[in-house]
Design a protein around this ligand. Structure first.
Ligand SMILES: *Cc1c(COP(=O)(O)O)cnc(C)c1O
Length: 355
């Protein structure tokens, strides 16, 4: 049965990518060897790493603009501390829009003073704060572009002289932005790019090397840059699959083409959430709604058991909301086909008819 994978992460990947990846596990590049049993220093794998790094910069429009792309390990969670380790002299500013921002703040506080410029915690993170001030003496400003758990997304980023650092784990390569406004972007691969096991870091080189503290090699961006993202054995499979997904993204018309598809999917679902009296959206302001993760609840008195069995019977997977929000979360990452969203919307309509 065809499954419709709305999982929040690890997430749906393009079928063509999964097929090529599985072939490479058995026989990579006609070498009669597996991708995962050859040296990461072989010319075949070095070419994969180079292409993965170049494609990431090309898609973001950052090639030749002083940025480096790295594929590191330890998940986005390790970047929470690496960012502070590498950039914080004494004080950094953070916007708190959810669980992941809060975790980033907790790690940064180990290295210095964290100025929390605004927080939507008092409303269970159901909106994006705006109009806050970023202290002039902050070493950098950190924000989370898309709040995977709560379903909010920053649509406009603040202007600041401080380096702008962004956790884009769950919406990288999903929409057009002026990526040059960012000085450091990081994203765990497993939300929109590949399997778990690698984290893409895009960093503007001139912001590095300004802290006095000693940085352990594995946590030093400059060490990884100096070794072309091969300081130690990289996560070869995860990097390879990410590279395949970035090639696939070219076939979708790059980020511009992808954004149109993502907007179409999100409009389709939010329209039904707003129309159907049995559902209500979780996010307070429509302008803050995420194109990637739509969070919604059943209206009071609606039959949860019936709805749950209906979407499960339709082949839908991964629709339950995160425990801190409850209700439902439909994650519509790049590789989720519009037809899958149409199936969910049909189930919601059918549920209304049967109720
Ligand atoms: C999932 C997620 C993380 C954590 O990523 P790991 O790779 O599991 O460490 C961080 N930030 C955001 C926005 C996420 O969605």
């Amino acid at each position: 049965m065809k499954k419709h994978n709305f999982s929040a992460g690890p997430c749906v990947l393009p079928q063509s990518v999964l097929r090529q990846a599985s072939e490479a596990v058995l026989n990579f590049n006609e070498l009669d060897l597996s991708l995962i049993e050859i040296s990461h220093r072989s010319k075949e794998f070095v070419a994969v790493m180079e292409e993965a790094r170049t494609l990431a910069l090309q898609h973001l429009g950052l090639e030749g603009k002083g940025y480096q792309a790295l594929y590191l390990q330890g998940g986005a969670s390790t970047e929470f501390l690496m960012v502070a380790y590498n950039l914080m002299k004494s004080k950094a500013a953070y916007l708190n829009t959810g669980t992941w921002s809060s975790k980033a703040i907790k790690e940064a506080a180990i290295f210095g003073e964290v100025a929390e410029v605004a927080s939507s915690k008092h409303q269970n993170f159901n909106y994006i704060p705006k109009g806050y001030d970023i202290p002039a003496d902050a070493d950098y400003f950190h924000c989370t572009s898309n709040n995977t758990i709560f379903g909010t997304q920053i649509k406009e980023f603040p202007k600041t002289d401080a380096p702008l650092v962004c956790d884009m784990s769950s919406d990288i390569f999903s929409r057009q932005l002026d990526f040059e406004q960012f000085d450091l972007i990081y994203a765990g691969a497993q939300k929109n790019m590949g399997p778990a096991g690698t984290t893409l870091v895009i960093v503007k080189e001139d912001i590095l090397g300004q802290v006095d503290r000693k940085i352990p090699s594995m946590l030093d961006y400059q060490v990884h840059i100096g070794k072309d993202s091969m300081f130690n054995t990289p996560s070869v499979f995860a990097v390879y699959v990410s590279m395949l997904t970035l090639r696939w993204l070219n076939e979708q018309g790059g980020i511009a083409g992808m954004e149109k598809i993502n907007q179409y999917k999100a409009d389709l679902l939010y329209k039904e959430i707003d129309r159907n009296p049995l559902f209500q959206g979780f996010v307070q302001n429509k302008e803050d709604r995420s194109l990637m993760n739509a969070t919604f609840n059943l209206a009071e008195g609606a039959n949860k058991e019936m709805f749950d069995s209906m979407w499960q019977e339709a082949g839908i997977n991964g629709l339950n909301g995160h425990r801190s929000v409850g209700g439902y979360r439909a994650s519509m990452y790049n590789a989720l086909e519009p037809a899958s969203v149409a199936v969910l919307v049909d189930v919601m309509k059918e549920f209304e008819r049967k109720s």
